[in-house]
Design a binder for this molecule. Sequence first.
Ligand code: DP6
Length: 324
Amino acid sequence: MSDYQARALAHPNIAFIKYWGNRDDALRLPANSSLSMNLAGLHTRTQVRFDPDLEGDRLVFNGKVSQGAALERVSAFLDIVRDMAGQPWRAVVETENNFPSGAGVASSASAFAALALAASTAIGLDLDEAALSRLARRGSGSASRSVPGGYVEWQAGDSDANSYAVSIAPPEHWALADCIAVVSQGHKKVGSTSGHPLAATSPLQAERVAGAPERLAECKTALLERDFARFAEVVEADSDLMHAVMRSSQPPLDYLQPASEAIMAAVKQARAAGLAACYTVDAGPNVHVICSAEDADEVTSRLASMPGVQQMLRATPGGPAQLW
Ligand code: DP6
């Protein structure tokens, strides 16, 4: 590629221990550390070209020119990159996802991880993984976790300098699959960025945050030991706690639909009957069912026939953000 342009690819990720609420919204310093798996098979590809002759940034998303809030968020992010490089140039950003946006598959994670790598490279910065994760975090908190590969921990830290994600195990460490039951393809009513500031209004948030280090340690041990039974309990507990916080905030946020609840109950029942599967749900109605890769066909066929399930997506542990 010629000067001042670069292309990058990043995967979204699914959090096993969730990020909900910031200690600093502007810097996206999270209230608690979180833990996730990158999702191979799903990705964002982004090309950035800085051009001294451009008057403003331009965003093309899935082949269509994008303006308004999406462009503003990208421009504000590019301002951080321009500041770091000491350059004023505006950019053309062309980006595409191979999965539906805005409904529980965290598209902002892969979007800002890919944009951080493409934009920083295009403008001539050579950032190491921690610096890139910190930069991605400024665009979307969960994007910090899509920078390193495999199973990833975002260490909350207490400043811009020490809040970034690291890989705790490579993708091949454990052959898990994420079978995503898509019950809605629409955009969520309240996006995560508007949701995070509400977390503190829930009387349950302080408890959730206080218990997060213990849940994270439990989840990490289960993951490193490939102990699915242990892993399943803490993953579901952490997801349930986040939704309890969301539902008890002012105003309340309820992302779950009746179909989501039915799938969650079915997964619990199937596990009690011996299937190694558990659920986790982000800020949307779609249910991520985590299982061993060998059970993924069985899980997919069972879920596909449930009422309200429009589509099944499948992902396996994914690698880091990379140039292509
Ligand atoms: C529920 O990272 O999407 O998916 O930083 O405002 O972009 P912003 O929020 P975002 O929040 C993710 C919330 C979550 C849980 C998680 O992924 O940890």
